[in-house]
Write a protein that binds this ligand. Sequence first.
Ligand SMILES: [Zn+2]
Length: 125
Amino acid sequence: MQSNTDLRARRLTFFAMKLTPFEKVIRLLERWNSDELKRLQGWLSIRIEQLESLTEELDLPPVKSGREAVSVCQLNSIVYRLEKVRCGKENCGTCPHGPYWYGYQRNNGKVVSFYVGKELPPSLR
Ligand SMILES: [Zn+2]
């Protein structure tokens, strides 16, 4: 026969395991007073600003050498940039080429680019 304390401890552990990180934080914050919450609010707004400015920089890598950015637009997590491209061939009579659209997307924290074409997908026009 298990004691009430054992059962209670087990139930609490089980309950704690089921909580998401967000729920755990909320549970903690419910015990804070308004002064403590205001301090947190100040910290949060600075933190959010930091993270968002970082995202902006990472989402759009600098224009590659020999290219010229003409236009930029964004849909969800993908940034589309219209670029004129220099092929690098000697005596090329038609440089710069394009402009062509390229997509920039973050993949496992790394920014990867892909060729889109002369026109954007219909959903972006
Ligand atoms: Zn060329």
